[in-house]
Design a protein around this ligand. Structure first.
Ligand code: NAD
Ligand code: IPM
Ligand code: MN
Length: 358
């Protein structure tokens, strides 16, 4: 098949991991007989430097004209002092909004070879396989009014029935193909927006009688994710809670660098690792590329419909971990290799898998 893929490397380790994910896509395309055309576009701090704005019009237009968008990460401490609407992070928020991506799918799967990589005990984390479905286009991130004066900082948390219904449906559909359990996470003991959230999720649940639904307050959920992670299947929650809980869930998998994501529901799917630009390790060749590579696998599956290729790339990551390799963030007696070295091993494995070599 032919596909146009926009690649937005961004900042910090973004370009380092995006380069490896792109090379994996190129490898898959050449082995499976596809023609992928890549279009690199600026976003974030890199775009502020090049064009004076974190999301140039040409970047959004290029993304909208593509079949899928891959993003590394945005954010640079040198732009921390800018007002919120000019920061690098604003470029990512505007991109998500501009694409119409409202459903952020963040799987947290513990590969068996990494059971000792988490600071949590193996008997607690073994078998972790959950997905956070984070509402991405509303909530506190986008609510109006918002303002900052010398004395007051204001943001607004509001959800409409329409917004909750569509994200709940995504969660229930996903659960139908998994272990048929949805945990809806809110703060309904305090927040009106959560009361609406809870009641709409209950209504949507009536269309999915095979799916078990539970409601949990976000504070208690934050605790349960690290004490009984294997009890979760699909977790559906709002924009801010989902942001926080997904970084927490990454600890179960061994490293924040392991988590992929897909942002769906709009015209074009957006794929990015969950981690940020990691300025503390930028340029050292130690960034874990696996979250980015697993995001590329999600791109193959969700935007291009290439399930076999997606599964092969995921299996190649598994084989690489089984063989004992990893970047230094994976602290469990791995053979430590560089970002490029680890991705090279994944590419060798995906080649063997697609060519049927053992
Ligand atoms: P971060 O996710 O960049 O880093 C948190 C910690 O995890 C750091 O110690 C970092 O070294 C480590 N880490 C992250 N990714 C890693 C990887 N692939 N391999 C190995 N270690 C990894 O979060 P932060 O430090 O709070 O934020 C840094 C910047 O990134 C900020 O500007 C923030 O706004 C931005 N950010 C962007 C995104 C995104 O683009 N999607 C996500 C989160 C944060
Ligand atoms: C993420 C990030 C972003 C978010 C920031 C960089 C805008 O933390 O993708 O998880 O808060 O959504
Ligand atoms: Mn985040």
């Amino acid at each position: 098949m032919r596909a146009r893929i926009a690649v937005l490397p961004g900042d910090g380790i973004g370009p380092e991991v995006a380069r490896e994910a792109r090379a994996c896509l190129e490898q898959v395309a050449s082995l499976a007989g596809h023609a992928f055309q890549f279009l690199e576009l600026p976003i974030g701090s890199a775009a502020i430097d090049a064009c004076g704005t974190p999301l140039p019009d040409a970047t959004l237009e290029g993304c909208l004209a593509s079949d899928a968008v891959f993003l590394g990460a945005v954010g640079d401490p040198k732009h921390d002092a800018l007002p919120a609407h000019q920061k690098p992070e604003k470029g990512l928020l505007a991109l998500r909004k501009g694409l119409g991506a409202f459903a952020n799918i963040r799987p947290a799967f513990l590969h068996p070879a990494l059971v000792n990589a988490s600071p949590l005990r193996p008997e607690v984390v073994r078998g972790t396989d959950l997905v956070i479905v984070r509402e991405l286009a509303g909530g506190l991130y986008f609510g109006e009014p918002r303002s900052l004066t010398e004395d007051t900082g204001t943001n607004t948390l509001a959800y409409s029935r329409f917004e909750v219904e569509r994200i709940a449906r995504v969660a229930f559909e996903l659960a139908m193909g998994r272990r048929r359990k949805v945990t809806s996470v809110d703060k309904a003991n305090v927040l009106e927006s959560s009361l609406l959230w809870r009641s709409v999720v209950k209504e949507v649940a009536q269309g999915y009688p095979e799916v078990a639904l539970e409601h949990q307050y976000v504070d208690s959920c934050a605790m349960a994710i690290v004490t009984r992670p294997t009890s979760f299947d699909v977790v559906v929650t709002d924009n801010l809670f989902g942001d926080i809980l997904s970084d927490e869930a990454s600890v179960l998998t061994g490293s924040l660098g392991m988590l992929p994501s897909a942002s769906l529901g709009g015209k074009v799917g957006l794929y990015e690792p969950v981690h940020g630009s990691a300025p503390d390790i930028k340029g050292r060749g130690v960034a874990n590329p696996l979250g980015a590579i697993l995001s590329a696998a999600m791109l193959l599956r969700h935007s291009l419909g290439l399930e076999a290729e997606a599964a092969a790339l995921e299996a190649a990551v598994g084989r690489t971990l089984d063989a004992g390799y990893g970047t230094p963030d994976l602290k469990c007696g791995r053979n430590h290799v560089s970002t490029r070295g680890l991705a090279d091993l994944v590419r060798v494995n995906v080649g063997n898998l697609l060519l049927g070599t053992p």
